[in-house]
Ligand binder design. Structure first.
Ligand code: TYM
Length: 332
């Protein structure tokens, strides 16, 4: 059975980009693949964070995974820091990763901004830890949103160069799986910018736990353009807001973009906004009530899920880490 691994940072509420770009697609692997879904707390501390809320955020993401359809009986859900192995493999990989490769990472440039010298070494090394998360399980496939493509290419480059040096059996080359109806969800305030947790405007993103009113308000305020909605995908060229809202409507109603476009062709944005609001409420309502139920009544269950998942992750990753040390020449 092929192995799938992916993860999300516990940095507060998740948005529909995280859902459509990642979790929604993970659900489909559970019956056919050996699945490991990680909550990447070590990545969450690469920028300034609040130690008081880190634990709560981890449990929230666990609840979100389950609420959005991951079944802990089929897939292991675990916390990245629980097996200490990821940090350890990170060091072995770091010693083989040229700084030139990391200098090309666009996410570091975006996150560090103009204050590059003040950014942490951890933020710079973020993609190496991510490579460790994947390679330590010999994962075959990694389903992520489009923004993670460059990081996955780096993970493959590290694996390939270490395999050349230490033997082809060292690491499996992971396949990036960038798929689903919306691999890159854009901001509601600017169709050319990615929907992101760090955007200062709360109106730029819809959160999994937003109420029906909040969803309606955010979609009502979403940026549009002055033209009626077009008929063909080609006509979406140069109309990023129309493309994003139509893509979201398709994704939320399990329809292809072309089908969604047929419904609204020639109409103005208000019809689309109304239908999109309804679709988001329908889709997210049950997820958010399940998350709230788990967080209110089932904390003990969440902790058991994370403990069981952590044990599975520890068993696999310790064995692979041992093998890696050995192959790198640590014999005693
Ligand atoms: P994070 O927490 O930033 O994002 C989690 C997942 O959500 C996807 N995503 C999006 N997809 C579509 N549209 C968007 N606007 C959008 N925003 C976020 C991301 O692509 C990602 O799949 N570095 C990873 C976490 C990570 C990881 C790993 C992933 C750490 N180790 C190992 C896979 C395998 C990240 O960015 O998380």
């Amino acid at each position: 059975m092929k192995r799938v691994l992916s993860g999300i940072q516990p940095t507060g509420d998740l948005h529909i980009g995280n859902y459509l770009g990642a979790i929604h697609n993970w659900v489909g692997y559970q019956d056919t693949h050996d699945c490991l879904f990680c909550i990447v707390d070590l990545h969450a501390i690469t920028v300034l964070y609040d130690p008081e809320t880190l634990g709560e955020n981890v449990e929230f993401v666990a609840a979100a995974y389950i609420g959005a359809g991951i079944d802990p009986k089929k897939a292991a859900i675990f916390v990245q820091s629980h097996p200490r192995t990821h940090s350890e493999l990170h060091w072995l990989l770091a010693c083989h990763t040229p700084m030139g490769w990391l200098n090309r990472m666009t996410q570091f440039k975006e996150k560090a901004g103009k204050k590059k010298d003040q950014a942490s070494l951890g933020l710079y090394a973020y993609p190496v830890l991510m490579a460790a998360d994947i390679l330590i399980y010999q994962a075959d496939e990694v389903p992520v949103g489009e923004d993670q493509k460059q990081h996955l290419e780096l993970a493959r480059d590290i694996a390939q160069s270490m395999n050349q040096r230490y033997g082809e059996t060292l690491f499996k080359l992971p396949e990036p799986m960038i798929q689903g109806p919306a691999p890159r969800v854009m901001s509601l305030r600017d169709g050319t910018a990615k929907m992101s947790k760090s955007d200062p405007s709360a109106y730029s993103r819809i959160l999994l736990r937003d109420s029906a009113d909040e969803i309606a308000q955010k979609i009502r305020k979403a940026k549009t353009d002055p033209h009626p909605l077009p008929e063909t995908v080609a006509d979406l060229e140069g109309r990023p807001e129309a493309k994003n809202l139509l893509t979201l409507y398709g994704a939320m109603t399990n329809q292809k973009l072309e089908e969604a476009m047929k419904i609204f062709a020639g109409q103005n944005f208000s019809a689309l906004k109304e239908a999109l609001t309804e679709a988001c409420v329908q889709k997210l309502g049950p997820i958010s009530s399940e998350i709230n139920k788990l967080l209110q009544d089932d904390r003990a269950y969440l902790r058991t899920v994370l403990k069981d998942g952590g044990e599975k992750a520890r068993t696999i990753s310790e064995k692979n880490l041992e093998k890696t040390y050995h192959q790198l020449g640590f014999k005693v």
